[in-house]
Design a protein around this ligand. Structure first.
Ligand SMILES: NC(=O)c1ccc[n+]([C@@H]2O[C@H](COP(=O)([O-])OP(=O)(O)OC[C@H]3O[C@@H](n4cnc5c(N)ncnc54)[C@H](O)[C@@H]3O)[C@@H](O)[C@H]2O)c1
Length: 292
């Protein structure tokens, strides 16, 4: 995309962290911004902050794991602004632990937000964008955990790998069908956000029973690791830096958005293992990356 002013961007998970950074960046480019998030208070606060700087916004409380709510988000976008040009399927949550110990509620919650949220975003918005016939861009937020694997975040890692694969397929599909749309996948390493506190938005019906295993970083003895992880995130990229990288990728039609070179170590090793028929050596546990 080359034209941004007065065009329309939709960002999910826009009330915090990377999503808020994206929304601020699009607004600074003169775009109308649709902010979607499950957390009503911060959503309203983010919209008000952007409006105070002169932006045109629409805030839509949305649970991206629900198909009807993402459809409703698309409808509200068109009703308000008549078109949509950029969609960032960005909302995400994390829970740490061992794959066989995590509860069905954990799996449903994280798969629902991180993977189904992206699927719903594609299904609800791409047909509208194709019908419009204008240039446009879909940005799916994955993670460095989507291009390498380690122990610690099993559900998160599975969803983020799926998001990379689905985004690559989308990229091929746009080329194959001659669409004017482009796709990118965002794979950050550490970003200073609130992802460690993902649980704050966990729906009532997907709460764990009392007896559910505590995720490692919720165990009292792991408090030091939680603190270290928070500090690591705090020293990571800022959401504004990530938003810069995303904006440049949209302008330059760049597919992979990996702005921390260290995020390439994992896939380099993984690909070498695959090509050399080697068993994967256990890498550093993602405990340093496990949250909630
Ligand atoms: N922070 C990092 O280091 C990092 C690294 C790699 C990838 N990511 C990815 O970046 C994305 C954004 O996360 P963040 O780090 O900014 O975290 P964050 O917690 O600061 O922001 C996530 C936002 O998503 C919203 N959200 C949660 N569940 C939702 C739902 N069901 N429907 C709609 N919105 C929902 C939250 O309310 C929040 O506003 C996620 O997909 C995450 O996996 C983050």
């Amino acid at each position: 995309m080359k034209q941004f002013k007065d065009r329309v961007a939709v960002v999910t998970g826009a009330a915090s962290g990377i999503g808020r950074g994206l929304a601020e960046r699009f607004a600074a480019e003169g775009m109308k911004v649709v902010l979607a998030d499950i957390e009503a208070g911060p959503l309203a606060e983010t919209a008000a902050a952007l409006e105070a700087k002169g932006a045109t916004t629409l805030a839509v409380e949305t649970d991206v794991s629900k198909a009807d709510q993402v459809d409703a988000l698309a409808k509200s976008t068109i009703d308000a602004f008549g078109a949509v040009h950029i969609v960032c399927n960005n909302a995400g949550v994390a829970v740490g632990g061992l794959s066989w110990e995590r509860t069905l509620a954990d799996w449903e919650w994280v798969m629902g937000v991180n993977l189904w949220g992206v699927i719903h975003g594609i299904r609800s918005f791409v047909p509208i964008m194709l019908e419009q016939g204008t240039e446009g861009h879909i940005v799916n937020t994955s993670s460095s955990a989507g291009i390498s694997s380690s122990a610690g975040l099993p559900i998160y890692t599975a969803t983020k790998h799926a998001v990379v694969a689905l985004s690559e397929v989308l990229h091929y599909e746009f080329a194959m069908t001659g669409a004017k749309l482009r796709a990118s996948v965002l794979c950050p390493l550490y970003v200073a956000t609130n992802i460690v506190d993902s649980d704050r938005n966990r729906p009532e019906e997907l709460q764990n029973e009392e007896a559910a295993p505590l995720s490692p970083l919720k165990r009292p003895e792991m408090q030091a690791a939680v603190d270290t992880f928070r500090q690591t995130l705090a020293t990571g990229d800022t959401p504004a830096e990530i938003a810069d990288a995303v904006f440049t990728a949209i302008k330059d039609e760049k597919f992979y958005i990996i702005n921390d070179a260290r995020a390439k170590d994992g896939p380099r090793k993984r690909l070498a293992d695959i090509l050399e028929d080697r068993n994967p050596a256990p890498g550093p546990a993602a405990s340093s990356a496990a949250s909630s």
